[in-house]
Design a protein around this ligand. Structure first.
Ligand code: NAP
Length: 244
């Protein structure tokens, strides 16, 4: 029986690439999306060209009820969830003082509480079966902080703390919890950047390119593999060396 992975926010960008990469290695994939239903269906069609072991699930990760309903549905469709990748996220550029409390709460809800909702719902079965893998997608801004992305940085720093603490708590059940901290990755999230912004950023990146969603997907593939069986509670920077 193949392993089963839930990837949140998999309709676009990094999550989409993770879903494709895992499906190609024979893992069954549950593709979560929120608003991009057409894109989620396109991804499902692409994956179904080589495996039937995939489906799409709509849920707002910030909503605990929607998440637990989605997880029950995935467990009933596939029998279990072995891997949860908390990738769904939103960003917003602007001064901290200009952000409304609704915008702040929404960002915390999606980026941080969303991961907690998913973990709370998948862990009971992982603990029962004494195996599981959780990957949280943070950001280099969670490590070093970004001006004009203050709340975003705080949510991503929160994910790092959450990863470390949860890794300690569930290690006795042989569940590994790790975090990936991407640098600048070429997705819609950076669509506001102009070419000259990107050139300037590339200048600051030791490996002299921005990252691709596939760079992150490969890191996920490694962390959930047996090659990483002694790794838990760690933050893996995938950033071309911009944060060392
Ligand atoms: P993206 O292209 O904007 O895609 C974001 C994904 O998150 C979409 O699939 C979106 O789904 C989903 N999403 C948003 N709100 C959601 C919600 N409430 N419930 C469920 N899904 C939701 O962003 P990305 O660049 O791929 O980013 C993916 C993750 O990597 C995020 O956590 C981001 O913070 C992190 N990251 C990105 C970068 C970067 O440079 N791109 C760097 C560091 C970290 P719908 O479209 O279906 O709503």
């Amino acid at each position: 029986m193949s392993r089963v992975a839930l990837i949140t926010g998999a309709s676009r960008g990094i999550g989409r690439s993770i879903a494709l990469e895992l499906a190609k290695t024979g893992i069954s994939v549950a593709i979560n999306y929120y608003s991009s239903s057409e894109k989620a269906k396109e991804l499902l069609d692409e994956i179904r060209c080589f495996t039937q072991n995939a489906n799409i699930y709509k849920a707002d990760v910030s909503n605990e009820f929607e998440v637990s309903t989605m997880i029950h549905k995935i467990e009933s469709d596939f029998g279990k969830i072995d891997i949860a990748v908390n990738n769904a996220g939103i960003s917003q550029i602007g001064l901290f003082t200009d952000m409304t409390s609704n915008e702040r709460d929404r960002m915390i809800g999606v980026n941080l509480i969303g991961a907690m909702n998913v973990c709370k719902a998948v862990l009971p079965n992982m603990i029962h079966y004494k195996c599981g893998n959780i990957i949280n997608i943070s950001s280099m801004w969670g490590e070093v902080g970004a001006s004009c992305e203050v709340v975003y940085s705080a949510t991503k720093a929160g994910l790092i703390g959450f990863t470390k603490a949860l890794a300690k708590e569930v290690a006795p059940s042989r569940i590994r919890v790790n975090c990936i901290s991407p640098g600048i990755i070429d997705t819609d999230m950076n669509s506001e950047l102009s070419q000259s912004d990107i050139d300037e950023l590339i200048n600051d990146i030791p490996l002299k390119r921005i990252g691709t969603p596939k760079d992150i997907a490969k890191a996920v593939k490694f962390l959930i593999s047996d090659e990483a069986s002694y790794i838990t509670g760690q933050i893996l920077g995938v950033n071309g060396g911009i944060v060392i």
